[in-house]
Structure formats: structure tokens, C-alpha cells
Design a protein around this ligand. Structure first.
Ligand code: TA6
Length: 271
């Protein structure tokens, strides 16, 4: 079933299916969490302290960073995640639930951006979770599907398939112990520029497979202790139960045209 309700100030869709449960905020077309029925904890994770206020980014889930990534514009990570999208279609079958949410330039987006655009997000929620962003316009966009994965403990996490070329966004570089693998023992904020299309995120409980489509980069982030303390929408100890592994188009921006869609995305499954 798909039911619309409100959580805090935001309209959200609650999905209950035999294969999974999930929720999507219409603000930001923001998949809040996804938990397959086989799992005891969400695979896509949401902070217990996230805000649910109009115009405020939600902490966790899959923030849609578009039409720019990070500090390449204001607000950071773009405006798509803080404005309300429209539910275009919603279908449920034995496999799961398929949603399409859309956003075009309008009064809400005017203060942030003055060019015409269309962007849509396809979300499949079932035994797998698939997210694809398609957009058109007459500009170059950078973007990331900023997924927060739920893990048992950051000290047990190994991310494989990242390749060994990356841009470190921190001054104190955290040299990976094994090239192409990622383990975490301090803050990590890195853009991998030559990752495999299949990446695994393992902890002591499960292995998540992330398959990216048409992505140029994979961002890995964990705020660690100090940054976690500094975030009002994030509990001090929550850095231990999440890791961000994000399919992105940062170093190869989406070159948009008005008459065709540029698409990239990911699929998540448990293996
Ligand atoms: O994806 C990593 C990153 O760019 C980090 O630099 C950190 O800023 C994170 O995103 C979260 O950004 P946010 O604006 O959601 O707090």
C-alpha cells in the first residue's frame, strides 16, 4: 500500500509491501528509508534527529543533490532536496512499488535558479531499491544521489570496488589500508573518480551491493566524532551506524539539453 501522511511539516508517502517498507518525502523526492522484509534494520538509513521542516534538508535517506554538488553553489548540494516535488505516478505489483516524482522550474525554485528545467526521479521499492534521476534543460548540472547506508558499526565496514583514484576533500588524508577498499577510522570525505559500477558495502551482519548506472564518481563520507557532534540533525554517536556511498556526476557533469533526458542512478540489493 502507499499512503500519504504528514511527518513534522512535510508530506510523506508511507510504503508497506510484502517485500519491504519504506517512506518518501515529497520535499526533495527524498527516499527516507528502505527496509527489506528480510532485514531487522533499514538498509537506507535515517537520522533519529533529522528535521522535517519546510526548506530544511533531511538528514539521511537519499538526498538528491542537484543541480550542483556540495559548495559549487548556494545552498550547498543544490535546491532540489529542499523544494516540494509532485507525485507523477505510483504503481504497485507483486514485485514492489514504483514511484515517479517530478519537478520543473516554478515559483518555489525561482529564488535559487533562473533557467527552465525538468527533473524526474524514478524509485523502485521491493526486494531491491532502484533510484534513477532524469533531467533536461540548457545547462551543465553536477549531482549526487547522496545515499546513507545503515550498518552495524563503522569499525566493521569495508567498501570494495572504489578503485584507487580519488579526490580527498579533507586536509588530513585518511590513506586507505588496501587500495580500492575503504575502511574507516576517522572522518572520510572522498570522491572516487574511477570506481567499478559494482560496489559492495559489508559489515559484520550483511553485504549490500550498489550498482551504479551512468555515474562518473562515487563519494564516500563519514563525519566521524567531531563533525557528528557539530550537526544538530545528527546524534553524536550516529556516525557509528551509517556510511554514505553516493553515485554521482561531479567530475563529468550532466550536459543537459531541452529535448532529451540525461539519466543516471543506482540499484541496491542484498547479496
Ligand atoms: O557527500 C559528502 C558531503 O559533501 C560532505 O562534505 C558533507 O558536507 C556531506 O556531504 C553532508 O552535506 P549536508 O549539506 O547534507 O550536511
Amino acid at each position: 500500500s502507499v499512503k500519504q501522511t504528514k511527518f513534522g511539516e512535510l508530506p510523506i508517502l508511507v510504503i508497506q509491501h510484502k517485500s519491504c517498507c519504506a517512506a518518501v518525502s515529497l520535499q526533495g523526492a527524498h527516499l527516507l528509508f528502505w527496509q527489506p522484509s528480510t532485514e531487522q534494520t533499514p538498509v537506507i538509513w535515517l537520522s533519529k534527529q533529522s528535521k522535517f521542516e519546510k526548506g530544511i534538508a533531511i538528514r539521511g535517506g537519499v538526498p538528491i543533490c542537484w543541480p550542483w554538488f556540495g559548495p559549487l553553489g548556494t545552498p550547498s548540494h543544490g535546491f532540489a532536496r529542499i523544494v516540494e516535488w509532485t507525485l507523477d505516478s505510483c504503481n504497485e505489483d507483486d514485485d514492489g512499488v514504483d514511484l515517479v516524482l517530478v519537478l520543473s522550474n516554478n515559483q518555489q525554485t525561482k529564488p535559487y535558479f533562473d533557467k527552465p528545467f525538468n527533473v524526474s526521479l524514478k524509485i523502485h521499492l521491493g526486494k531491491t531499491c532502484e533510484v534513477a534521476l532524469s533531467c533536461s534543460g540548457e545547462f551543465e548540472a553536477t549531482s549526487a544521489l547522496h545515499t546513507y547506508f545503515g550498518i552495524d558499526n563503522i569499525n566493521h565496514v569495508v567498501v570494495k570496488g572504489l578503485g584507487d583514484t580519488y579526490q580527498d576533500r579533507l586536509t588530513v588524508e585518511n590513506k586507505p589500508v588496501t587500495i580500492g577498499q575503504m575502511t574507516f577510522n576517522q572522518e572520510v570525505d572522498r570522491i572516487y573518480t574511477n570506481a567499478n559500477t559494482e560496489i559492495t558495502i559489508s559489515d559484520n551482519v550483511r553485504t549490500i551491493k550498489l550498482t551504479t548506472t551512468n555515474a562518473s564518481d562515487v563519494v564516500t563520507w563519514n563525519p566521524w566524532i567531531d563533525k557528528a557532534k557539530a550537526m544538530a540533525d545528527f546524534c553524536d554517536d550516529e556516525y557509528q551506524s551509517m556510511v554514505c556511498v553516493e553515485a554521482g556526476r561531479i567530475n563529468k557533469p550532466l550536459k543537459l539539453s531541452l529535448n532529451e533526458q540525461s539519466t543516471y542512478g543506482f540499484k541496491i540489493e542484498l547479496i
